[in-house]
Design a protein. Sequence first.
Length: 685
Amino acid sequence: MLTPRRLLAGMAVLFCTVILVDWLLPPPIERAEEVSALVTDREGKPLRAFPTRDGRWRFHGDLDKIDPEFIEALVRVEDKNFYSHRGTDWGGLVRAAFDSAKAGHIVSGGSTITMQTARMLEPRDRNIGSKLIEIARAWQIERRLSKEEILELYLTLTPYGGNLEGVRAASWSYFGHEADRLSDDEIALLIALPQSPEVRRPDRHPEQAERARNWVATKLNWYGVFSEEDVADVAASSVPGRRRDFPMRAWHGTEKALASGPYMDVRSTLDAGLQAELEAIALRRAEQEGPNVQVSAIVVHIPTRAVRGLVGSASRDRAGGWLDLTAQARSPGSTLKPFIYAMAFDDGQAAPDTRIADLPKRFASYQPENFDRMFRGDVRVSDALQHSLNVPAVLMLDRVGPERFAAQLALAGARPRINGGASHQAGLALALGGAGLTARELAILYAALGDGGVAKPLIWRADEEAASYERMGHRLISSQSSDEVIRILQNAPMPEGRMPGRLTANAPQVAFKTGTSYGFRDSWAAAVSGEHAIVVWVGRADGAPRPGKTGREVALPVLFEIADRTAHHLQDEGEARTRFSTNRRLDTKGALRTFTPEAPPEILFPPINAELWAGEVNGKPTRGFVLAGRGEGELSWYVDGQVCDVDDAGSPVWTPQRPGFYSVTAVDDAGRYSTVKVRVLTGPA
């Protein structure tokens, strides 16, 4: 006999059984987790789409990226009670069964959006048993997800023919744009296609697609979503006759941006306009150099370390083009010399006007030669760097210490690959490219050169840029030494046909260095140009030599072209320094403050890198030097950080007490400053 107690017990058992089954056999929602990714530039312009591992195009149905008018129309056509039922619209099921029985064939399945989602997660033959499973699965899904999450799941999995799944993939493929803004005819077509995706594919069956689209538009008019005019406009519109290619630009840069964090839609740091220019420049220059030659380049925004443009190869149709050659370790040639001299400056081993011997010299078993096999005798360090003389660079590395130099580069994020394995010690050949570095690592170093000597990792995702200002970096060289090296490189001999930036209107000041590896295998040019670091490599992917092809001849023209296009696209016309060094200045009391960047004072005497004699004449010391300059307001003068004396007329007078190198600084009323390095020689006349 069925008593109330037994009835309650039975209901409890049934409830527990349902809960247990629900726990043991959950709906396979995770099957929708593998989605395609879309990488855009920093302003949201599409660059490249990535398919799933099985070759399908299936983007996450993010409601923020889908036109809300489409959502409204979809719900009205497919499941008007979607927001009120718990997975199954029982009234709709009854109506569908009655209509189908009356017509003698299936008119409507009565499936809700949740039930359709369950069917897409677990495809089955269409029969009564499958319908019952869909009802159960719909209940399970509704227990786990919100209505918005169910809609996103549905919009991710909806079939649109072939390997297209989800409304965003269909919009990209059929219309060539994101689904966030859809016209009435596009809305109607996207609702019509999933009902019979293969039969109604517009690229294969345009007549069926058009009829189905127009029928959906008519239904939307019945429901009050479309007006009569909307229906007429839809009927007058053509359906897309082909599938469009998904975005496939910035092949290597987008791949790195996607790999640098969670696999999802990514807003990269790349600039679409500059990226297009870089790709065109690289291809044209590679074709000019001949078959099998590749060109790679990277542009980094120094303040944030964001990669604004990257070309891993000139073309994937050329030999080695599928490789990202900015990530391949190559001999950097002479591109490391600026950092050797900067460390020597930091150690007090030299200054820009220090005289150094460019003469034949043997270091144990190693005897370097200059590129042109000529020697110039005594030269200034600045000249040795500007003309890339080899023997002086090796002398400086010997003083700095090759092991220490290599360790500093590694700490900065640019670990040299020393020939002979990880245990092999760095040698003096490091000065001339005797270790492998990638273009990305060189970009880290040159960005540090433009940021007061502080090295930081590169940034690939736009959402990381803001935090990059606050990140601590590794101090590679001092700010003063980096500024001195930049000034030296700015005054290096320009390539043929190129005027110095300071003499050209709207041209960035470029502090550059070239490099050529042993056997002419790698041609390099690297620079700090305004707020950007630029590195260019030209060569063959297989490392084959290209006799006579130097960095100055083939890579430097590419770099200057890229510098010009970077200045155009990113509005960068500044000097070769970053906003950090231009905005932070000394005030008249010697404290570091932040100011609006304007022209700093100009030091007229002493000139930069001057050699001053402060000896004796007839046993009497010479008079001090009167410092001269011009700028905004009255200038304050400092020598090695100490306030300069003034004479009775109020003029700044400096009387050196010893020979050696000095820094002379002029500071204007607004705190802007300029510094020159001079050398004082003493002795009797």
